[in-house]
Design a protein around this ligand. Sequence first.
Ligand code: LMR
Length: 395
Amino acid sequence: VFSAIEMAPRDPILGITEAFNADTNPNKINLGVGVYYDDNGKVPLLSCVQKAENMLIEQPAPRTYLPIEGLAAYDKAVQELVFGADSAVVQEKRAITVQALGGTGALKLGADFLKRFSPASEVYISDPSWENHRALFESAGFKVNNYAYYDPATHGVNFAGMLAALKAMPRGAIVVLHACCHNPTGADLTSQQWDQVIDAVVTAGLIPFLDMAYQGFGAGIAEDGAVVRRFAATGVPLLVSNSFSKSFSLYGERVGALSVVASSADEAARLLSQLKRVVRTNYSNPPVHGGKVVATVLATPELRQLWEEELAAMRVRIKATRDAFVQKLKEKAPGHDFEFVRQQVGMFSYSGLTKEQVAKLREQSIYAVDTGRICVAAMNSKNLDIVVDAIAKVL
Ligand code: LMR
């Protein structure tokens, strides 16, 4: 039964980490995966997380099963973070939130749920999008199409193309939108462009699925989450996946959530009952620790304040790194314009490097995604010169 199975290709993002881990060069640099490293090249353990863990250790608790939908305190805190405690959808109990295994887990729950209740829909993702979006929705059984998004000539959004694509989608199509910090391009819509997108989605009768994996890495927690609230206010059926992997530096704890907005409290209760079946038949119920940590931080005012400060510091360091990267490239690769990197938002830069140039960087033990996506958050004051010299060489 197994003899004819072929070798699967490496994952386009996590496969790079595998190659990086296998590289014996002590000066290797991983600009592939979307992980925030501090200026010493370390994944930070946030103080708010350590303090919450200390609080949890002081109240040792047995590790019983969580409810299928996750820790109630976590689901409540996340829902209020995503939609606002005083929003109509929360007040009217029209939103449901279930704990999920990171943002990926939340997307998969949403995809499986939609496949059960809107099986004929097709899915539309941005061109380009996070590599796993296509694979994930296809594995749930959907046909996945692209909509126009990135314009390589301007390094920005091809907004006319995007809007035309939205307007041409069939009613009931599922459109995956990046709420902020577009992955991989770092090119986000303006507030006025979002107005037009929301209008097009509502008018065309599409099902928006907002993916928010980088809240707080763009302009701020509230600013980055604003589009979710604007969509929720329209009253259309809405799905939102969010992740705390990056914003809490809790990658390996797999903490995320799926929220769904229904048209009434009664409909929401029915949706939740069905979503619980999706969870139960996949992994039964989520793990305890990460959810408790995030719920504790979000519900404890001093820790929440600390989290907001620590997240702001990560955001500020990335912005400063963008500036330093552009400045150094200007010196070391004159004739190549990288100014656009300053306009990009979030952890990534869609650098414009070709697949061949990325392969040449790899020969120097610098790892990036084949599409030219580099993780700005993996650069620091110690490795920036090495990265810039290597890029100047391959250019
Ligand atoms: C990324 O895009 O690098 C991150 O979202 C990590 C992942 O799972 O791909």
